[in-house]
Design a protein around this ligand. Structure first.
Ligand code: EPU
Length: 332
């Protein structure tokens, strides 16, 4: 276990916001998790910090899982269960699974963050999300330090949502996640330009799907190592079919996706671009010029700079379309 006091969080959040934490503990083993979970007081769990926006210095304790590694814990014919530690870098894990020929995570290639965040946020991209593969989550309750185990269906997964962001919010920490993967499975090429890119790489294979998705992401999304961002800043709004058809009257070209419950999902990136914000800046915070759903740090942005930009965008989208944008990124 490593303990730091009064430490800058700049390298702990992908936005690169330079605030300080009063205390930060890195958990390197399961016994570290158990130890930090025990006892009273508020704790914030910080994984890769790829979905968090710090508005000010953080009073109190931050727990940062650094325990890494993965192993096969079950195997039966085509089915393989792989257990990974919460601190494992997400994309290194995906890369390793693809290299071993295991199917299930390839569409989630290139997402910044850690294994521990994957069930919390139900990370998703290119027609797949964590809920399709996460089959068991283990961790510890804050307070008692007791272990919990949840099966996939007990995680109450939703769009970028789970039990860990609701009933269990600030009450527990995830230590190990099990993924149900397959030696062989159909590839999912249906989202946007994936199929075309895979064809151009020589045809459908597990490795080509991963590489195609990495390519598509690189074209659109800023590399957090070069420019601070937290991926998609807003969620894609889901509106009633009445609202969608009202807007379509004025904007026939608006992309929209029918949801099973009759509602309609509209890409926030399109709304923001149409509202004129793509590539624009407000002080040190800016809208990415290749994907309007992503807000970036031009270098020295504070959390408040980013929020000022976000509010300006929300106001314009509300005025123009009558739609409220909700943040995907968590304000701290
Ligand atoms: N669009 C625009 N202008 C833009 C951006 C998008 O018109 O500036 C339009 C696109 O043309 C397309 C539609 O919006 O018709 C959807 O765009 P895209 O396929 O790029 O996906 P997205 O809805 O913007 C979501 C996820 C991403 C994920 C991609 C791919 C959310 C909030 N975001 O973005 O996830 O990588 O789909 O599956 O659901 C993240 O959560 O951090 C994230 C990056």
């Amino acid at each position: 276990m490593k303990v730091y006091n009064d430490i800058s969080l700049k390298r702990y959040n992908t936005f690169g916001i330079d605030v300080k934490a009063e205390h930060l503990i890195e958990c390197e083993s399961l016994s570290d998790f158990e130890t930090v979970a025990k006892g009273d007081g508020h704790r914030l769990v910080l994984g890769g910090g790829s979905n968090m926006l710090f508005l000010s210095d953080h009073k109190g304790l931050i727990i940062h899982p650094t325990m890494t590694g993965h192993e096969i814990v079950g195997e039966n014919g085509n089915d393989v269960i792989v257990r990974a530690a919460a601190g494992t870098d997400w994309d290194s894990f995906v890369s390793s699974m693809v290299a071993q020929g295991l199917h299930g995570l390839e569409n989630l290639s290139g997402i910044p963050g850690t294994v521990g965040a994957s069930p919390v946020q139900n990370v998703g991209a290119y027609g797949a999300d964590a809920s399709q593969v996460v089959c068991r989550v283990e961790g510890y309750w804050f307070g008692t330090g007791e272990k919990f185990v949840l099966m996939g269906d007990e995680c109450h997964f939703g769009y970028r949502n789970s039990i860990f962001k609701n009933e269990m919010k600030n009450r527990a920490i995830v230590s190990l996640v099990d993924y149900h993967l397959y030696r062989d499975a159909p590839l999912n090429l249906d989202y946007g330009p994936v199929r075309q890119m895979v064809e151009s790489m020589g045809g459908a294979s597990l490795t080509n799907v991963r590489n195609a998705i990495l390519n598509i992401r690189n074209q659109k999304l800023p590399d957090p190592k070069i420019q601070g961002s937290a991926g998609s800043f807003f969620k894609n709004p889901e509106v009633s079919s009445d609202v969608a058809s009202r807007i379509s009257k004025d904007f026939a070209e608006m992309p929209q996706y029918q949801l099973p419950d009759g509602r309609v999902k509209i890409p926030a990136g399109w709304l923001i671009e149409r509202a004129g914000w793509k590539g624009r800046a407000l002080g040190e915070a800016a809208v990415h010029d290749k994907q309007a759903l992503v807000l970036v740090n031009r270098g020295n942005a504070t959390g408040s700079d980013v929020m000022a930009l976000a509010e300006a965008i929300r106001n314009d989208v509300r005025k123009m379309f009558g739609i409220e944008l909700d943040m995907e990124v968590c304000k701290i």
